[in-house]
Design a protein around this ligand. Structure first.
Ligand code: GSH
Length: 93
């Protein structure tokens, strides 16, 4: 069982930055797994198990072992047009 939060994080993504910023403000310790959305990291079968939507950020909880939560950064922060450099569809979400 994992004893820390684990954040799947694409560094250039403002959606991921919002989560890192919140964690920093809260002083939370977490494991950071760097994901490159343009190098196929989200297109693997393993990543589909983590998040079938194949997006970042994703947070794995520390206590529940199997609990994973694709994060909606806009639910904790006002949605910001252009907060993502580019998506597979070619436009920021
Ligand atoms: N609704 C999600 C959107 C997540 C999202 O679109 N993440 C982008 C990075 S900013 C992503 O992973 N894109 C990969 C892709 O679309 O292939 C949120 O608010 O965080």
């Amino acid at each position: 069982m994992r004893d820390r939060l684990r954040l799947y994080d694409y560094p250039a993504s403002a959606n991921c930055y919002k989560v890192r910023l919140l964690f920093a403000q809260l002083g939370l310790d977490y494991e950071r797994v760097v994901i490159d959305i343009f190098d196929g990291d989200t297109l693997t079968a393993a990543y589909a198990q983590i998040n079938p939507m194949r997006t970042t950020p994703v947070l794995e909880l520390a206590t529940a072992g199997a609990s994973r939560s694709p994060m909606r950064s806009s639910s904790t922060w006002p949605a910001t047009p252009g907060s993502c450099p580019r998506t597979r569809s070619g436009s920021p979400r």
